[in-house]
Design a protein around this ligand. Structure first.
Ligand SMILES: *Cc1c(COP(=O)(O)O)cnc(C)c1O
Length: 410
């Protein structure tokens, strides 16, 4: 439509927002920023404003933006074979499945999907297939998040997004996250599986208390239920380990992955550990695009780069800098910082997260008001110390501005 004589894009933010509102469904609201491009941990909007990206497309852009390894892998694969369908195999999906099983450190088998919610749908079906029709009850956590499709949504412990779409196809018992006693009481002989995040992501980056996942494992074992860990947000280095369950000393029966796995390309995975790798019989499940060659090439590049560049250690070190730095900022609105490695939340004393997010944006930092009283930080795993420190240095000013934005005169 319009072409500005200056600036970085033909169309500015305001005009794109108006057209977005007219052409796209209102389920997200109109986003505040229109991104044009990125490089490393930095992104630019269509008006040329620069931001340090501390949310990485919701814990997705593990290698940041335009990483040469990802660009090369995706472009080379696109020039070779973009799609195969499940009628034919290609080497990339075999390599990626082998690689994931190796990182897991346990025998298992992989099903590839295209998103987190699809990975969880596969897990739900796998549980049903394994446990049969006599055990149909699932146990999941209040404030847990597992996705928006009907099976995953039924396991999601946020009433406001689940209730409008009820009824669902199976019974789910919700228990308070982190309460081992409540979990043990809910897991009975009718339970097919317990479905948990190792640390609530959308719930506000709330880690499970020590021993909680082990207690879940024990409750499952005592009652013949399966333990499914949703590592869609926690997996692939976010916590400084390949998978968060590896820190908890438990072995789940199934894990699901997506977000960081493809570094920005859509891919999900459901991994059955041990015998559960073989729960599906031929014909039980499928996806036309799942395990797509381009997405697999991207995921292989992500995993290889994390290994080659020591990004698990970087996540731990840069995350510690961020957590300590945020923890050292004293402001009446900041209650503390929680989480691990590059998966943190600034906990707030009142429901001002939206104001903190807006103030950070004005100051050139993209963060996410994940809960009314929590701001999520989940930057690319490549973030360096200087970038982490720049946010810490800006935080007092951001909090002062947030206090103004959320003040009574607003
Ligand atoms: C994001 C997320 C999902 C859903 O993933 P989509 O790709 O949006 O479908 C499921 N579980 C967890 C823990 C997530 O963080």
């Amino acid at each position: 439509m319009t072409t500005a004589a200056t600036g970085t894009a033909a169309t500015g933010t305001a005009e794109l927002q108006a057209r977005y509102a007219a052409a796209l469904m209102p389920n997200y609201g109109v986003p505040p920023v229109a991104l044009a491009r990125g490089q490393g941990c930095v992104v630019w909007d269509v008006d040329g404003k620069e931001y340090l990206d501390l949310i990485g497309g919701i814990a997705v852009s593990a290698l940041g933006h335009a990483h040469p390894a990802l660009v090369a892998a995706v472009s080379e694969q696109a020039a070779k074979l973009a799609h195969s369908s499940n009628l034919f195999l290609h080497e990339g999906q075999v390599l990626l499945a082998e690689k994931l099983i190796g990182l897991l450190g346990h025998e298992g088998k992989v099903f590839f999907a295209n998103s987190g919610t699809e990975a969880n749908e596969a897990a739900v079906k796998l549980v049903r297939r394994q446990q049969g029709q006599a055990r149909t009850v699932f146990v999941a956590a209040e404030h847990g998040f597992h996705g928006r499709s009907m099976g995953s949504l039924s396991l999601t412990g946020k009433e406001s997004i689940r209730a409008p779409f009820a009824p669902f196809g199976f019974e789910v018992r919700f228990v308070p996250f982190g309460d081992a006693g409540a979990l043990a009481a809910a897991v009975t002989q009718e339970c097919a599986a317990v479905f948990l995040e190792p640390c609530l992501g959308e719930g506000g980056v709330v880690p499970a208390p020590p021993g909680y996942l082990a207690a879940a494992r024990a409750a499952c074992d005592a009652n013949g239920a399966m333990l499914v860990l949703d590592e869609i947000q926690s997996g692939i280095g976010r916590t400084g380990s390949w998978f968060a369950f590896q820190d908890a000393g438990v072995v789940p029966d199934v894990i699901t992955l997506a977000k960081g796995l493809g570094g920005g390309l859509p891919i999900g995975a459901c991994i059955g550990i041990g015998e559960y790798g073989s729960s599906f019989a031929k014909g039980d499940h499928g996806s036309t695009f799942g395990g797509n060659p381009i997405a697999c090439a991207a995921a292989l590049a992500v995993l290889e780069t994390i290994e080659k560049d020591g990004l698990l250690a970087n996540a731990t070190e840069a995350g510690a800098l961020l957590a300590e730095g945020i923890g050292s900022v004293s402001h009446e609105l900041i209650a503390g910082v929680r989480g691990s490695a590059l998966w943190l939340a600034i906990a707030l004393n009142s429901a001002v997260a939206a104001s903190v997010e807006a103030a950070a944006r004005q100051a050139g930092f993209l963060v996410n008001a994940v809960q009314p009283d929590a701001v999520r930080i989940a930057p690319p795993l490549i973030i360096n110390a200087a970038q982490a420190e720049s946010f810490v240095a800006a935080l007092p000013g951001i909090m002062a501005r947030a206090a103004e934005l959320s003040g009574p005169e607003e």
